[in-house]
Write a protein that binds this ligand. Structure first.
Ligand code: FE2
Ligand code: FE2
Length: 166
């Protein structure tokens, strides 16, 4: 199914790629549960993609695509429900990411993507996510909380007491 590059399980995943991969922590919570749940799952599927083998790559790619469809749909639904004013550029960014993932998936399905390309996609997603979450998704979470509860989100982190996020 996958082309070219041999899988070398004895060497494990390339160190450079693995070292840069995301790790979930409560510091990434934004305070709106449906988005936080989606974000924790994003970290899971992208980590699985970064760690995939020649054998598991196609399944991991499909998991990432399925995850992103639901993750982005959840955020869009909340934008619509709360009349979020900055929806366009946020949705454009989602679309660019979706296009990149679907392009790799389409090529992988016909055996035109090597394991190295899959790992590069995992790295690109891991690089993209923190900035998007900090900037666009945190603004969306704050907006939703303001609309729904009239205040900024209160983030409950397991290792802290309650922390009010301004
Ligand atoms: Fe998000
Ligand atoms: Fe987003």
């Amino acid at each position: 199914m996958m082309s070219s590059q041999p899988d070398r399980p004895q060497d494990g995943p390339p160190r450079l790629l693995r070292a840069e991969t995301l790790e979930w922590s409560d510091a990434m919570l934004l305070g709106h549960a449906p988005i936080d749940v989606a974000h924790e799952e994003f970290v899971e599927v992208v980590t699985a993609l970064a760690d995939c083998t020649q054998h598991s790559a196609l399944g991991c790619l499909r998991d990432v695509e399925a995850h992103l469809l639901s993750h982005f749909a959840i955020e869009q639904e909340w934008m619509e429900k709360t009349e979020f004013p900055a929806a366009d550029c946020h949705l454009d960014e989602h679309q660019r990411v979706m296009d990149a993932v679907q392009k790799v998936n389409a090529l992988a399905a016909v055996g035109e993507v090597g394991l190295h390309d899959v790992k590069r996609l995992a790295q690109a997603l891991a690089d993209w996510f923190p900035g998007h979450a900090d900037y666009m998704d945190s603004a969306l979470s704050a907006w939703i909380n303001k609309k729904m509860h009239g205040g900024a989100p209160v983030v409950l982190r397991r290792d802290l007491q309650a922390t009010a996020v301004a």
